[in-house]
Write a new protein. Structure first.
Length: 115
């Protein structure tokens, strides 16, 4: 049970990090830990101290309760759904950016003549 709690917290940290568009290395640098620590935290293999959880949450711009809430309730919490929705928005923005770049490239190569 304890392992599952840390895995859920790690998953929430990973999701929030993705929402920021940060690599594990970027988060590690901002928090002041090593990248392997972030890897292990996100995988649920490293137990977080309270002060480290607060530091990570602060860097990610979320309340520590957001990281904990999904772990306390087995069903997906409002905070968890909000993080998941934000991650989907980030993915959609990235997809739109890739499509836009392809359209621009096609226009530049003369494959599209009228926009």
């Amino acid at each position: 049970m304890t392992e599952q709690v840390y895995q859920e917290i790690g998953a929430r940290i990973r999701l929030a990090r993705h929402c920021k568009g940060w690599s594990q290395e970027e988060l590690a640098w901002k928090v002041g830990v090593s990248r392997p620590s972030i890897v292990n935290i996100e995988a649920g293999r490293q137990r977080l101290s309270l002060h480290l959880m607060i530091d990570i949450a602060s860097c990610l711009g979320v309340e520590p309760a957001v990281l904990l809430q999904a772990s306390v309730n087995s069903d997906e919490s409002y905070a968890g759904r909000a993080l998941a929705a934000e991650a989907r928005v980030v993915e959609l923005e990235e997809h739109i950016g890739r499509v836009f770049n392809r359209v621009v490239q096609a226009f530049q190569q003369g494959e599209i003549t009228d926009v």
